[in-house]
Design a protein around this ligand. Structure first.
Ligand code: ADP
Length: 549
């Protein structure tokens, strides 16, 4: 029989990160490019004081523990204050994605039963488009000062964020409660079916934050200046707003200005050392830097995830800018970080080319995340094999049930009675434990019953100098059922033919994986989190007649 340990019982609460940051890193800065246009600076001391005022203001607005408080906001200090004030007081922060259609926002806000909405000025038109239709949001707060408040609006009774803060006292003691209490809520993108809510807890968030900050994960320290390009409305900016307080790192928030020029300016002026974002945002930055012949003076690392980072991008960052890419994988259901790709000692003496091959993988499971791949019969596949299988994960920051039990029990139970979350991703795991995503199960191309990994094909196409964006989708084939069709957006001014692109695959991949055809399009639509909407492409090309058919 075990005996109880005799250590303090202190719940793992998000407010403790803020208390720590104020006490140990009071002078550390949060720098934000504001929607109003200027650069704003505040210290962690000010962040803590303003968050306490905001917690009092929330109480004055009638927000109670467990209530959902929604935001539609860019990355900025006011959003950060909401992260801490809402969760810290025991309410639930619900970050809404402004890139969603107003109808989807209404569905999600109603489903979450949000009571108050805080939003950046930029999003007034969006809020006006749905405000009269949401059932539960009774108060709308514009995240600005009196001088910038809209003179008139279709939304009656707009409140002003800075007035709420000014009117509130900064005397507030963060309440203590069960660490398993809900802290924040994010909805999955719902590319199939309705979006589902993932309800994080204080405990899951703190454990995830420890894992995020570790050296082989995002390696955050008090000497770093971190610029999360990944939005705070996309899975809590991958945990960076929490990790920065845990380690005392400077935070630099780009606000609405996510173009290459604005990002480069801020990375340089604030001496940013680490950044994080999805591949599509880096394309804009790299294209701008290439055209303007710019370099980075302080940035040495960037975290790329959310979709597969093309090896050509990893190479461009290293060779042209001396920036190491850290490839990471995760999803809303995993808080989000599940794997990160850092080297093992055996890699250290290897060539740069061998390093690139490792860096293209999504990486090793973090401590806390257990993962395995299974075949179509559900049996576990060995690590180090050629075969890909569906990736299953479990751990203390992996979803157990969706909010309001939407969709029922998502888990698969193994013979030992452990529940595993099926990620919908198809992956291989090598003998060293490095996981590589080959596809999403719904994107996989099934040619004559065999899987072709669309990500491998896209990665090769992306290495062609004329290709700006590439998506590989299944097109109908009378004999093979499905064959790969490559959809390409060319770089401005660049030329390449279909035959040249097809020839580009020679020797890089098994012959039968080569796309049967290439179509050129002006643009590939991106979803709300910056990923290519392959389901739209599949619809668009559903009647496409392959030349091989
Ligand atoms: P959605 O894309 O549905 O909004 P998430 O933002 O939670 O949901 O995205 C999770 C999915 O993104 C993963 O299941 C996986 O398919 C994809 N993904 C995330 N990181 C990577 C990566 N590094 N490489 C390939 N795919 C990735």
């Amino acid at each position: 029989m075990t005996i109880p340990g005799l250590m303090m019982q202190q719940p793992l609460l998000i407010s403790s990160l803020l208390v720590h940051a104020e006490r140990h890193h009071a002078e550390q800065e949060i720098v934000s490019r504001r929607v109003e246009g200027d650069i704003h600076r505040e210290t962690f001391r000010e962040l803590a004081a303003r968050s306490r005022r905001l917690a009092n203001a929330l109480a004055a607005l009638g927000v109670k523990q467990g209530d959902r408080v929604a935001t539609i906001a860019w990355n900025g200090y006011r959003h950060m204050e909401l992260y801490y004030a809402v969760s810290g007081s025991g309410a639930v922060l619900h970050t809404l994605n402004p890139r969603l259609h107003p109808d989807q926002v209404v569905y999600i806000a109603d489903h979450a039963e949000d009571s108050v909405l805080f939003f950046d000025l930029t999003f007034l038109p969006l809020v006006e488009a749905f405000a009269s239709r949401v059932k539960t949001i009774k108060k709308f707060v514009v995240m600005t000062d009196r001088a910038h408040m809209p003179k008139e609006s279709k939304v009656p009774g707009l409140l002003c964020y800075e007035e709420l803060i000014d009117a509130a006292s900064d005397a507030y003691v963060w309440p203590s409660f069960d660490e398993n209490a809900a802290s924040s809520l994010c909805y999955t993108s719902g590319t199939t079916g309705h979006p589902k809510g993932v309800l994080y807890s204080h405990r899951s968030t703190i454990l995830h934050t420890y894992a995020v900050a570790l050296p082989d994960t995002l390696n955050c320290s008090a000497r770093d200046a971190i610029l999360p390009v990944v939005p705070m409305f996309h899975v809590n900016a991958w945990g960076l707003p929490y990790a920065a307080c845990m380690v005392g790192a400077k935070l630099v928030f780009p606000g609405p200005a996510l173009d290459g020029k604005s990002l480069h300016e801020l990375l340089e002026s604030e001496k940013v050392t680490v950044s994080a974002g999805v591949p599509t945002v880096w394309q804009g930055l790299l294209a701008y830097m290439d055209a303007s012949k710019l370099k980075f003076s302080t940035m040495r690392r960037t975290v790329i995830g959310g979709s597969a980072c093309p090896p050509a991008m990893i190479r461009a960052f290293k060779e042209a800018y001396n920036v190491d890419v850290l490839h990471a994988w995760g999803m809303t259901e995993t808080s989000p970080l599940g794997t990160a790709c850092a080297f093992k000692p055996k890699h250290l003496g290897q060539s740069q080319e061998e390093h690139y091959a490792v860096m293209a993988k999504q990486g090793r499971g973090l401590y806390g995340i257990d993962m395995k791949i299974v075949g179509e019969d559900g049996a576990e596949l060995p690590w180090g094999g050629e075969k890909s299988g569906e990736l299953l994960v479990r751990g203390p920051w992996v979803v157990n049930r969706y909010f309001k039990d939407e969709g029922g029990n998502p888990l698969l139970t193994d013979a030992d009675g452990h529940g595993w979350f099926p990620t919908g991703d198809v992956a291989r795991i090598d003998t060293d434990g490095y996981m590589q995503i080959t596809d999403r199960s719904k994107d996989v191309i099934k040619s004559g019953g065999e899987w072709i990994g669309s990500i491998d094909l896209e990665n090769i196409a992306m290495a062609h100098p004329a290709v700006a964006m590439a998506a590989c989708i299944a097109a109908h084939h009378p004999k093979w059922d499905e064959r790969p069709l490559l959809v390409v957006v060319k770089k401005p001014g660049a030329e390449v033919t279909r035959d040249e692109l097809i020839a580009f695959f020679d020797g890089k991949i098994a012959k039968w994986w080569t796309p049967d055809d290439v179509v050129f399009v002006d643009a590939i639509q991106l979803g709300a989190t910056g990923k290519m909407l392959k389901n739209r492409l599949r619809d668009q090309f559903k009647d496409y007649k392959l030349p091989t058919a």
